[in-house]
Design a protein around this ligand. Structure first.
Ligand code: ATP
Ligand code: MG
Length: 650
């Protein structure tokens, strides 16, 4: 079987960068030319220009043993020094690194000098606890400055962090502690979420009791003042240890290939994989993409990436990229709707945020509530918007640009994965003509192909499998403790080309459109249809806020399209009969895409099953549509959701 995905949805809107934006943009078309002329020399130049090396490298790439790549492997650097000390030494110590905003409304500005001191103190404490080069440290914290400080302190001493999202259960935490054999856990008493304190330390205690026993110590940040028990000899307060430790700490340099962290994927398609990233290559590409994709002017911009540090977006675009570039950023602890649904926009106004990076799931939930909420705030400081995590439907893109961006600022849709470590496909603002819904072009120095199952390039505008055809600096170096799974999952299909697991197509200009996960592609009467295109068509209807589409087995067509749709709040309040809404949406898809894509059923629901990072878990909806027992729901944000949806669908 050759995999070709039929392409149906046409999007013709184009947005050229404004001359003012283009004139001040940091990116230059010469970047593409340099990368094309000599890819490796290009990356070597970026590594030298963007980072400070204790020992300069002389070798750029060793690909003699694929799929195990080594980048800059005779060079040495310290990642934390690159994110902190060197900025202070350059006279930027007084620049704010973090504007912290707690959910209850407490706030705190931390300069680069202060952040550097804190990290040095924490590094001293970690070393005092016997944590050293190569040891693993689990971090289970809310979105508070100590999360960033902990990660950088671990990096500074050459240990390896494994950040576990603070919303995960004790079972998830225990399995991640065991998998990495973590020696230390850094946590907090609790954090604030949706207006309440959610305890973390008790979950850590539960988790440790379930592990095989690698954990020797626990450091506890006091955040929410909820009651917690400290186990003598094992547990210590952060403020009593880090708070009193000396702020002198000499950093040693580590090899560029030294592992920086382990991070588990979101678990949208199955069991999360413990992805391992290196130091030099990872930091090069995160710094490069953060600078050019977000057009960073570190002296004047206020940047805000809304991702939790528990996800890769938080690693690369809250911690490493922005801090390596000396950016000023906002860090927000809580949820978008607490204590009121305009909280994010209030934060944009308060800090005069100029660059905002978030996920389609958030944009669609704001669309659902309507434009009057963001319009109560002054959002004129914004000059660039970014999206990541899922395909952004063209209509959501337009809404984001118009309602949040005021109608004239660039929106960049960035495609990448936990495994790729950094952005791989994105427009460069100021250079690229933007197309809503398309991730557009590989960033300079990245090689992307779209192949059919047998490895031949897919011709024309049909869809195929997205492949990275050359190694890249921030590529994963493996799956922790499981080289076989690493080879099998990503490299077996196309030899030394990386198989991403996503479907994609080129349009007539050569721009790339992501079509959804290959596992989710539907086959209706021999036509291979993409989830992303039908979902985008549904979202283009004025009634729809959000949509998920799956292929359910069907006697006559092999598979049939089944859609789950959330209506906009304004529509729900007009009390549209769900049966009428379904019929209207079925017709709409048939008209926009063609009869072949007309959903067999459109279910109007209030919620969709999502991972903790906000991605739709279509396989659970497929189970439901086919009347099967619902599969593994452990990575769902809310495990009761499938029950609720099942009842709405009956
Ligand atoms: P798992 O691999 O465990 O199933 P996951 O793939 O959801 O989880 P992540 O690494 O967080 O884990 O997500 C990467 C995936 O997110 C990509 O493979 C792609 O499917 C999707 N994605 C991310 N950004 C975009 C984007 N801009 N456009 C389309 N899809 C995107
Ligand atoms: Mg994945």
């Amino acid at each position: 079987m050759t995999v070709q995905i039929d392409h149906a949805l046409e999007e013709i809107r184009r947005f050229r960068p404004s001359p003012e934006f283009a004139a001040q943009s940091v990116a230059d078309p010469a970047l593409y030319e340099a990368a094309k002329a000599d890819r490796l020399a290009f990356w070597a130049d970026q590594a030298r220009e963007l980072l400070t090396w204790h020992k300069p490298f002389t070798r750029t790439l060793d690909w003699s043993n694929p799929p195990f790549a080594k980048w800059f492997d005779d060079g040495e650097l310290n990642v934390a020094v690159n994110c902190l000390d060197r900025h202070v030494e350059a006279g930027l110590g007084d620049r704010v690194a973090i504007h912290f905003e707690g959910e209850p409304g407490d706030s705190r500005d931390i300069t680069y000098a202060e952040l550097t001191d804190e990290v040095k103190r924490a590094a001293n404490v970690l070393e005092g606890l016997g944590v050293g080069e190569g040891d693993r440290v689990a971090i289970y914290l809310p979105m508070i400055p100590e999360a960033v400080i902990s990660m950088l302190a671990v990096a500074r001493i050459g240990a390896i962090h494994s950040v576990v999202f603070g919303g995960f259960s004790s079972d998830s935490l225990a399995s991640r502690i065991d998998d990495a054999e973590a020696k230390l856990v850094i946590t907090a008493d609790g954090g604030y979420r949706k207006g309440r304190v959610f305890p973390l330390k008790p979950t850590v205690d539960e988790a440790i009791a379930k592990t095989a026993g690698s954990v020797e110590n626990v450091l506890v940040v006091r955040r929410a003042e909820n009651d917690v028990a400290l186990e003598p000899g094992r547990d210590q307060w952060w403020h009593e240890t880090v708070g009193t430790a000396p702020a002198e700490h000499e950093a040693t340099a580590f090899n560029a290939e030294h592992p920086l962290f382990i991070l588990y994927t979101s678990g949208t398609t199955g069991k999360p994989k413990g992805v391992v990233h290196s130091s030099g290559g990872y930091l090069t590409q995160t710094a490069f993409t953060h600078k050019y994709v977000f057009d960073l002017h570190p002296e004047t911009d206020v940047y805000w990436c809304t991702a939790d540090v528990g996800w890769v977006t938080g690693h690369s675009y809250v911690v490493y990229g922005p801090l390596a570039n000396g950016a000023t950023q906002v860090l927000y602890e809580g949820t978008p709707d607490t204590p009121h649904p305009g909280r994010w926009w209030e934060i944009v106004e308060k800090y005069k945020v100029s660059i905002l990076y978030t996920a389609p799931t958030a944009i669609r939930s704001f669309m659902k509530l309507g434009r009057q909420i963001p319009h109560e705030f002054n959002l004129r400081s914004l000059r660039l918007l970014g999206s990541v995590g899922e395909p952004i439907n063209p209509e959501a893109w337009i809404w984001y640009r118009h309602v949040i961006g005021g109608g004239s600022i660039p929106v960049v849709d960035t495609w990448w994965q936990t495994e790729t470590g950094a952005i791989m496909i994105s427009a460069l603002p100021g250079i690229t003509d933007l197309k809503p819904g398309s991730a557009q072009v590989p960033i300079p120095g990245i090689s992307i192909d779209i192949l059919s199952d047998d490895g031949t390039p897919v011709e024309g505008e049909s869809g195929g499998l997205l492949v990275v055809s050359e190694p890249w600096p921030s590529m994963l170096r493996g799956i922790w403790g499981d080289p076989e799974r690493f080879k099998e999952t990503y490299w077996e299909k196309f030899g030394d080309k990386y198989f991403a697991g996503d479907g994609a197509r080129h349009d007539e200009d050569g721009d790339i459109w992501l079509l959804g996960r290959v596992d989710d592609v539907m086959n209706v009467s021999g036509h291979r249809l993409s989830t992303a295109e039908i979902e985008s068509s549904l979202v283009a209807h004025p009634w729809t806020a959000e949509a998920a589409v799956v292929g359910a087995s069907d006697e006559t067509t092999g598979q049939a399209v089944v859609a789950f749709v959330i209506l906009k709040a304004s529509q729900v309040s007009h009390a549209t009969d769900p049966a009428d809404a379904s019929e209207e949406l079925r017709k709409h898809v048939a008209m926009q895409i063609g009869a072949i894509a007309r959903p067999r059923q459109v279910f109007i629901v209030n919620e969709l099953p999502k991972t903790r990072s906000g991605k739709i878990m279509r396989r659970l909806l497929r189970d439901l549509a086919e009347g099967r027992q619902i599969g593994d729901t452990t990575t769902l944000a809310d495990t009761s959701i499938m029950q609720i949806i099942s009842e709405q669908v009956k």
